[in-house]
Design a protein around this ligand. Structure first.
Ligand code: AMP
Length: 396
């Protein structure tokens, strides 16, 4: 599939779907510019070729219609700072005025369109809306990996308005897809997937998919207790989805058939309260006293899991090992993150994705010590579950 690198944008207007869905503070200023920074290499490549840019994105979840707090005009300053040039802004993404502005763009000029989700048609994947948007550019570029799992007008439907030669991935999208493929299709073995977080129900499909590719699956976090109970353990008042006990048993059975080794935590840090001030102690995962709950993996589990990670050549990590937001229960997540960093140093490829594991790797300042940190939580998980994404398929 082509990327912006295979197109010369000289004298062309590129319509780029970016993911500028950034957090704003109370003064409506950008409080985390990561997503803007991530789009810059693609935008610079097009400008350096002598092209012009029309940028489109969503921001937040407006109800349909203009809402001041979701206006993309609030990000104009930050974008201008990062690109080092003035940014033109169109206060409506398909108005006459917006088309006049995009039609008059000169080499190197940049126009940002107002929030696409001010039109209900965007999320509905409306064909006519997509066709109107397509009038803004000669070439369509999708660099919004974070929304590539949606079949929205600007992320997927619009691609049909362009010939194959005139649609492509941006550099961010390309590196995300490349890193997932390194894990899912070309992984060096042993491949270890580490899955944590709160709920089994959120991760079943992923674990099922991983049974076809992974050699080891490490399960930690709150979801591990549903497995422990399914195996007959006492888990006290730990997080548990009783309606998923059968599912957990079935997953363990399938793993056995497929020769995938599932690693469950043998011990846990338990607490008498969901609080950083709770009393806490170490305990076997299957013998948690009544009134206590497991909030982190224990020391034995850290050592067992770290050993598996150390011997892996490919590592995928989604979901924390415990309630890492509280310092008392962060150790498991931190030690697993350190083991991944160490293994990466020794040559393994490590992909970290999904909101909370990214937050964890940031918290422990290890972002630079893993191979790739995905910018798209939901998109990454759906890619793993389905083997593709609507936003990527539409470009093929
Ligand atoms: P998820 O979004 O499913 O990846 O879940 C992440 C959340 O799971 C984080 O906020 C963690 O605090 C929480 N979590 C991890 N381990 C546990 C646990 N043992 N008990 C309760 N919550 C947990």
């Amino acid at each position: 599939m082509q990327t912006v690198n295979s197109i010369n944008f000289s004298d062309k207007r590129a319509l780029v779907r970016v993911d500028f869905n950034v957090p704003l503070n109370e003064q409506l200023q950008v409080s985390d510019n990561t997503r803007i920074t991530a789009a810059i290499p693609t935008l610079k490549k097009i400008i350096n070729d002598g092209g012009s840019l029309v940028l489109m994105s969503h921001l937040g979840r407006p109800k349909g219609g203009f809402e001041e707090k979701f206006s993309l005009k609030h990000i104009v300053n930050e974008l201008s700072k990062q690109l080092g040039i003035k940014i033109l802004f169109a206060g409506d993404c398909i108005s006459e005025e917006s088309f006049r502005l995009s039609a008059n763009l000169k080499k190197g000029e940049v126009l940002l369109l107002e929030n696409l989700r001010f039109y209900k048609e965007e999320e509905k994947g409306d064909k006519l809306f997509a066709e109107k948007l397509s009038k803004h550019g000669d070439v369509y570029v999708n660099d919004a990996f974070g929304t590539a799992h949606r079949s929205h007008a600007s992320t997927a439907v619009i691609a049909t308005n362009y010939s194959k030669q005139n649609r492509c991935m941006g550099l961010l999208m390309a590196s995300e897809v490349e890193s997932i493929n390194k894990v899912l299709t070309n992984s060096q073995k042993p491949f270890t997937a580490i899955i944590g977080g709160a709920k089994v129900s959120d991760k079943i499909l992923i674990i099922e998919q991983l049974l076809s590719t992974a050699n080891h699956i490490i399960i930690g976090g709150g979801m591990a207790f549903t497995f422990a109970k399914a195996l007959g353990g006492n888990i006290g008042k730990s997080l548990c989805e009783d309606e998923r006990l059968e599912t957990a048993k079935n997953l363990l059975e399938k793993a056995k058939q497929k020769n995938v080794k599932i690693h469950l935590p043998s011990d846990a840090v338990i607490a008498d309260n969901f609080s950083n001030d709770a009393n806490s102690k170490n305990c076997d995962t299957n013998a948690i006293p009544n009134g206590w709950m497991g909030l982190d993996i224990g020391q034995k589990s850290i050592e067992q899991f770290s050993e598996v990670i150390k011997n892996s050549k490919t590592i995928l990590w989604n979901g924390p090992m415990g309630v890492f937001e509280m310092s008392k229960f962060e150790e498991g997540t931190k030690q697993i993150a350190l083991a991944i960093a160490q293994s990466t140093k020794e040559g393994a490829f490590s992909l970290i994705g999904g909101g909370d594991s990214v937050a964890a790797i940031n918290k422990f300042n290890l972002t630079q010590q893993v191979s790739y940190v995905s910018t798209g939580g939901g998109a990454l998980l759906e890619y793993i579950e389905n083997g593709s994404l609507p936003g990527v398929e539409a470009l093929k």
